[in-house]
Design a protein around this ligand. Sequence first.
Ligand SMILES: Nc1ncnc2c1ncn2[C@@H]1O[C@H](COP(=O)(O)OP(=O)(O)O)[C@@H](O)[C@H]1O
Ligand SMILES: [Mg+2]
Length: 280
Amino acid sequence: MIKINNLSKKIRRKRILNNINAELKGITGILGPNGAGKTTLMKIIASVEKGDGDTEIIYKKKNDNEVKIGFLPQNFHIYPNLTVMNVLKLLSTLQEMYDEAHLERLLNQLALTEYRNEKMKNLSGGTLQRVGIAQALLNKPDYLIIDEPTTGLDINECIKLRTTLLSISREVDIIISSHIPEDITSICNHLIVIEQGGKIFEGGLKEIIEKSNGLTYETVVHQSEISELNRIGSILKVGQLSDNKLKVRIVTKTPLLDGSFKEVKPDFLSGYVSLLKGEK
Ligand SMILES: Nc1ncnc2c1ncn2[C@@H]1O[C@H](COP(=O)(O)OP(=O)(O)O)[C@@H](O)[C@H]1O
Ligand SMILES: [Mg+2]
């Protein structure tokens, strides 16, 4: 478990993160819109950057050995002309932990065996991210910190990455950030939501769903009425019906009372959106 106390960060007088207190345990997801401060937070947790003043980060461990952290930054592009195997050999040699058997195991675990002689510049986005995870696991870390790994990946690559992370989560605690709810719901059991540099939620997935209890509705409207709906709530999903009619799923505190709104079961997305909009 990692405990964060009073984490704040200003960059050039601009407040980026504001007094965050949190516990990262199991597979923790850090979810928030673009610009919320996820990358800055991940760098501080990974000790790549320092927090301001009173910031305290406590890395709890089962034994007394030094805590080791593996980090995959958001923009991982290195050594375009080297092969996957040579990059991993180079990085492990630089860290003085070259271990042939461990390298082979990582290639296997991350489905990279067939790409070992491929140059980095020729890899697809998903494969590149798996190499990024392999390099983060070279030092056999206690914590694996991965910043927005699914950005720019197609749906199959996303699913493959999530499955890979689930399988390695048996060996290492994972902290993953994303702006995509599915990344979090598919693998995390603990969730932190940040918005504009502040923590607005910490807890389990169920608790976030409950945030939109009694606020989630479905209704059918004509296409011309959609902008009006936008004014009364946050639209989650739109489906085309025939005759220019749309089936709309919406989170709102002020549903129309003319019988056209049907309350439906909330889900993660409705909970997350109502949390962001403050419709609690
Ligand atoms: N080095 C920096 N200098 C100035 N502003 C920064 C710097 N790094 C991040 N920011 C600002 O801090 C905010 C949070 O950025 P970031 O941590 O990258 O958010 P996220 O990863 O959630 O998109 C953004 O408004 C961004 O413009
Ligand atoms: Mg980011």
